[in-house]
Design a binder for this molecule. Structure first.
Ligand code: NAP
Length: 283
C-alpha cells in the first residue's frame, strides 16, 4: 500500500492559525510580537527567503522589520545593529539571514543575538539548552520535522530513528529532539559506510543531506515514517528531496513530499518561536 502523505502545507496552515490566535491574545494586552530580519548583501536566494519570512509575519499579524544592508557592511556595524535590536522592546526575535559575506564571522554574529531573542535557535546557549533539555528556542527546521512526525499520531517512544546528516542547524538538533522524545537515535553522515544497514532498521528516517536519491526504496523498512528535509533539483530542474519519492512511497507508511513537506514548516516554526518569545517577555 502506498505511503500516506504528511502534508506540511496543511499542518503549517493549522499552526499558523494558532499563532494568529496567540498574536491576537497578546495584542489585546497591548503587545505586538515583532521579528527583525537582517539581510547583508544581495544573494538572490537569501532575498527570497527573507521576503517570505516578512510576508508570513504580516499574514499572522506579527510586526516585522526587514533591514537590508550593503555587502560592505562591517562586522562591527552589524554587531552594533544587533545590540540595538537586543535592546528594542518592540522586537522579540532577531534573525540574521545566512550566508553572510566572508569578512563577517557568522558565529560571532549569532552569539551577539540575545538568547531571549534567538528565534533561529542557532546560538551555543540555545544548542546547550536543547542538549540539556532546558526550555529555549529550537532550530526551526528540525522543530518543524518533529511537528510533522507528531501529526502522524505515532509515538516516538521506543522507536528507532535514523537521521542522515549531522549539520549544526538540522541533523544534530534533530537527533537531540528525537532523543528527547524517547526514540533510540542513530546519526549517519558522509563517512557512514553503508547507509542502508541503518535505515532498514529505522521506524523513522529523517534525511537531511542535500543529495537526491540518497534514500531509495530498498533502504526503507516497510511502514516507516520518512521525513525528507533535502532540497535538490532533478534533471528537469524541479525541486526534489533526498528520497526517491516514487520508490520510497511504495514501502514507507508515511512520507513528506518535496515541495510541500518540511519547507513550509520552517517559516511556521519561526513564527511559533517569535510569538513564544513575546509571550515570555510579557510574563
Ligand atoms: P549540510 O550542512 O550540507 O549537511 C549535510 C549533511 O549530510 C552533512 O552532515 C554530511 O555529512 C551529510 N552527507 C553528505 N553526503 C552524505 C552521504 N552520501 N551519505 C550520508 N550523509 C551525507 O546541509 P544542511 O544545512 O543540514 O541541509 C541538508 C539539506 O536540507 C539541504 O538539501 C538543504 O537545502 C535542506 N534544508 C532544507 C530546509 C527546509 O526548510 N526545507 C532547511 C534547511 C536545510 P558530513 O557531516 O560528514 O559532511
Amino acid at each position: 500500500m502506498p505511503a500516506q502523505l504528511i502534508n506540511g502545507l496543511a499542518l503549517s496552515q493549522r499552526l499558523r492559525a494558532d499563532v494568529a490566535a496567540r498574536v491576537g491574545a497578546l495584542k489585546s494586552r497591548g503587545i505586538v510580537p515583532g521579528l527583525a530580519v537582517i539581510l547583508v548583501g544581495d544573494d538572490p536566494a537569501s532575498a527570497v527567503y527573507v521576503r517570505n519570512k516578512v510576508k508570513a509575519c504580516a499574514e499572522a499579524g506579527l510586526h516585522s522589520v526587514l533591514e537590508k544592508h550593503d555587502a560592505a557592511l562591517t562586522e562591527a556595524e552589524l554587531l552594533a545593529r544587533i545590540r540595538a535590536l537586543n535592546a528594542d522592546p518592540a522586537i522579540h526575535g532577531i534573525l540574521v539571514q545566512m550566508p553572510l559575506p566572508r569578512h563577517i564571522r557568522a558565529q560571532r554574529v549569532i552569539e551577539t543575538i540575545s538568547t531571549a531573542k534567538d528565534v533561529d535557535g542557532y546560538s551555543v546557549q540555545s544548542a546547550g539548552d536543547l542538549m540539556t533539555g532546558l526550555p529555549g528556542f529550537r532550530p526551526c527546521t528540525p522543530y518543524g520535522c518533529m511537528k510533522l512526525i507528531e501529526s502522524t499520531g505515532v509515538s516516538l517512544r521506543g522507536k528507532h530513528a535514523v537521521v542522515i546528516g549531522r549539520s549544526n542547524t538540522v541533523g544534530k538538533p534533530m537527533a537531540l529532539m528525537l532523543l528527547q522524545a524517547d526514540a533510540t537515535v542513530t546519526v549517519c553522515h558522509s563517512a557512514t559506510p553503508d547507509l542502508g544497514v541503518f535505515t532498514r532498521q529505522a521506524d523513522v528516517v529523517v534525511a537531511a543531506v542535500g543529495r537526491r536519491n540518497t534514500l531509495t526504496a530498498a533502504m526503507v523498512k516497510p511502514g516507516a515514517i520518512v521525513i525528507d528535509v533535502g532540497m535538490n533539483r532533478n534533471d528537469e530542474g524541479k525541486l526534489c528531496g533526498d528520497a526517491d519519492f516514487a520508490g520510497v512511497s511504495e514501502v514507507a507508511g508515511w512520507i513528506t513530499p518535496v515541495p510541500g513537506g518540511v519547507g513550509p514548516m520552517t517559516i511556521t516554526m519561526l513564527l511559533v518561536n517569535t510569538v513564544e518569545s513575546a509571550e515570555r517577555a510579557a510574563t
